[in-house]
Ligand binder design. Sequence first.
Ligand SMILES: C[S@@+](CC[C@H](N)C(=O)[O-])C[C@H]1O[C@@H](n2cnc3c(N)ncnc32)[C@H](O)[C@@H]1O
Length: 205
Amino acid sequence: MKDSATYDWFEPLYANAAGDASQVPWALPEAVPYLTNWLQGVEGTGKSAAVVGCGLGNDAEALAAAGFEVTAFDVAKSAIAWAKQRFPNSSVNYVTADLFNLPAGWKGAFDVVFEFRTVQALPVSVRKEAIAQIATLPKPGGTLLMATYTRPSEALNDGPPWPLSASELAEFETLGLKIIKKETFKKKEGRFGDRVQIEYQAPNQ
Ligand SMILES: C[S@@+](CC[C@H](N)C(=O)[O-])C[C@H]1O[C@@H](n2cnc3c(N)ncnc32)[C@H](O)[C@@H]1O
């Protein structure tokens, strides 16, 4: 367990937005193209998926539309309530849960795990543990998809978000996840470095 002060600002942000997505700085109108492109031709029926820090639910819904049985969680209960309200007929299991205190039954439980912009929203002090917790979610041999901004050096600028350094990103491989495909999108401008999209395979046991 971590000191939740590092991430307890999310709940009031969603609550204060009061249903107005323009008040949620990271809210996108639809599922991120990285995921929808990856899902092209993928049949999820009979498979499970988890969405880490699911926010308002678009990515979870995209996985469900591809047939996956989806568990989508977020530490902010207002985000979960909002996602359920947006998608009242959804098959997604939306759950208020803390990445640093995951339900035991979730470990090694998912064929596909999707992580988009949660780790980079957490300060460096808890990042290694955040990555370690995410790495527990895929089944042996399962898939972890993650997309994040990176920063060009270990030096840290103001945040959030705090883009990942090369050594922080390497933590996934240290934990045994193997890179299947990595795409890098070159920096345009601003304090962020390159954006990366990585498909990992979890170790087989
Ligand atoms: C920058 S937002 C990204 C949301 C969504 N993944 C997206 O890309 O639209 C980060 C999300 O992570 C959630 N979050 C932060 N700390 C968390 C934790 N410890 N456990 C679960 N979710 C967390 C926040 O509530 C927030 O919804």
